[in-house]
Design a protein around this ligand. Structure first.
Ligand code: NAP
Ligand code: ZN
Ligand code: ZN
Length: 347
C-alpha cells in the first residue's frame, strides 16, 4: 500500500480540495503508474455534482490518465518500468461473461469496475481516479501510448477519444459519409478529428458561432449554427450519422430531422433529465436513435494506435491542479477549448 496525493470532492456541493488516497500494493498482474497528466471530462463534473445519482464521496475523479510505469508485478508481460501507459474509464471487469468475451467490458454482467466513483470487482473497495499522483491498475486494463504523441494532449483520448471513435467504427464510417457532430467540446472536437481522418464529410453543429473557425481548423468541412431554425431547414435529411455530445437537455427530434433515410443518431451526452422523443421522428425515414458508452479495452488500444498513425491528439488547455474548480465553472459555460488537462507535477 502507498499513499498518493490527490484532489477530491467531499460532497456534491463542495469544491475539489487536496486529499490522500491509498493505492494498493503492486500485485503480480499490476502496474503502478506515476500520473503525468489527467484530462477533465464533463462526466467528472456530472458525477462530482451527483447529477446522475448514486455518487460516492470522497470522490477523486479522472479517467483520462497518462503517465509512466514505476513498478510492475512479477507476471506482467507487456510493460516495463519507464514505459508510457494510459488508463481510461475502466480498471477491471469479470473477464468471462458474454459482454467481456465480446470485448465490451463496460457492459460486464457482473458490473465493471469503473476508474472512480465505483468499486473494484470485490464490490467493496472504492476506486479513485486520476486527479492523483499515482495509480495501480491491472495490466489487462492498462493501455499503451505511442511516444509519437504529445503525452499531455494524448490524455483525453482515453475517454473523449474512445467514446467518439467507437460509434464511428460501429457505423462503419468511411470516405464520403456525411457525419454531423453536435456540440463542440471535449468529445465533439475529437469526433470531428477522428471522423475527418476516416474520410467523412463532417459538419459541426454548434450553439457557439465563435467556435466556427476552430471547427474548420479541426477538420470540419461545414458549420451549422443550431441556435438558428434555418440551419435545421437547410440541413434536413442530410446526414448518414450524427454524433450527439450535448451535455444538457435538448430536443432530440430536431436533430433526428437532419438524418437521411435510415440514418442514425448516436447519443453520447448524458443530460441529467430525460427528453421526449416523438415516434414520428423515427418512423418517417426509418431513423435510428441509439447510444454508446465509452469503449472496451481492445477497441481503446485500436483507437490509440489509429490516433498515433494519424497524428491525432486533443486540443488542450494544460492547467495546474489547483485550477480544477475554475475549469469546472468554465466547462459549465461551454468555455472549453477543447479539453482541460491537469498537470500532475503541480499536485
Ligand atoms: P463539454 O466539453 O462540456 O462539451 C459539451 C458541449 O455541448 C459544449 O461545449 C456545447 O457545445 C454543447 N452544449 C452544452 N450545453 C448545451 C446546451 N444547453 N444546448 C446545446 N448544446 C450544449 O463536455 P464533454 O466532456 O465533451 O462531454 C459531453 C457529454 O458526454 C457529457 O454529458 C458527458 O458526461 C458525456 N460523456 C459520455 C460518454 C459516453 O460514454 N457516452 C463519455 C464521456 C462523456 P457548443 O458550444 O458547440 O454548442
Ligand atoms: Zn469521460
Ligand atoms: Zn464480465
Amino acid at each position: 500500500m502507498t499513499l498518493a496525493k490527490a484532489y477530491a470532492a467531499a460532497s456534491a456541493s463542495a469544491p475539489l480540495a487536496p486529499f490522500q488516497v491509498e493505492r494498493r500494493a503492486v500485485g503480480p498482474h499490476d502496474i503502478q503508474i506515476e500520473i503525468a497528466y489527467c484530462g477533465i471530462c464533463h462526466s467528472d463534473l456530472h458525477q462530482v455534482r451527483d447529477e446522475w445519482g448514486g455518487a460516492k464521496y470522497p470522490m477523486v475523479p479522472g479517467h483520462e490518465i497518462v503517465g509512466r510505469v514505476t513498478a510492475v508485478g512479477a507476471h506482467v508481460k507487456g510493460f516495463q518500468v519507464g514505459d508510457l501507459a494510459g488508463v481510461g474509464c475502466l480498471v477491471d471487469s469479470c473477464r468471462t461473461c458474454p459482454s467481456c468475451q465480446r470485448n465490451f467490458e463496460q457492459f460486464c454482467e457482473k458490473g465493471a469496475a469503473f476508474t472512480y466513483n465505483g468499486f473494484e470487482m470485490d464490490k467493496k473497495t472504492p476506486t479513485y481516479g486520476g486527479y492523483s499522483s499515482s495509480v495501480v491498475v491491472d495490466e489487462a486494463f492498462t493501455l499503451k501510448i505511442s511516444p509519437k504523441l504529445d503525452l499531455a494532449a494524448a490524455a483525453p483520448l482515453l475517454c473523449a477519444g474512445i467514446t467518439t471513435y467507437a460509434p464511428l467504427r460501429r457505423f462503419k464510417t468511411k470516405a464520403g459519409d456525411k457525419v454531423g457532430v453536435v456540440g463542440l467540446g471535449g468529445l465533439g472536437h475529437m469526433a470531428v478529428k477522428i471522423a475527418a481522418a476516416m474520410g467523412a464529410e463532417v459538419t459541426m453543429l454548434s450553439t457557439s458561432k465563435a467556435k466556427e473557425a476552430d471547427a474548420r481548423k479541426l477538420g470540419a468541412h461545414h458549420f451549422g449554427l443550431t441556435s438558428e431554425d434555418l440551419t435545421f431547414k437547410k440541413l434536413a435529411g442530410q446526414f448518414d450519422l450524427i454524433i450527439n455530445t450535448i451535455s444538457a437537455p435538448h430536443d432530440y427530434n430536431k436533430y433526428l430531422g437532419l438524418l437521411r433515410l435510415e440514418g442514425a443518431m448516436v447519443l453520447l451526452g448524458v443530460p441529467p433529465e430525460p427528453t421526449p422523443v416523438a415516434a414520428g421522428s423515427l418512423i418517417f425515414g426509418h431513423k435510428v436513435l441509439t447510444g454508446s458508452l465509452i469503449g472496451g479495452i481492445k477497441e481503446t488500444q485500436e483507437m490509440l494506435d489509429f490516433c498515433a498513425e494519424h497524428g491525432i491528439v486533443s486540443e488542450i488547455e494544460l492547467i495546474p491542479v489547483q485550477q480544477v474548480n475554475e475549469a469546472y465553472e468554465r466547462m459549465m459555460k461551454n468555455d472549453v477549448r477543447y479539453r482541460f488537462v491537469l498537470d500532475m507535477k503541480t499536485l
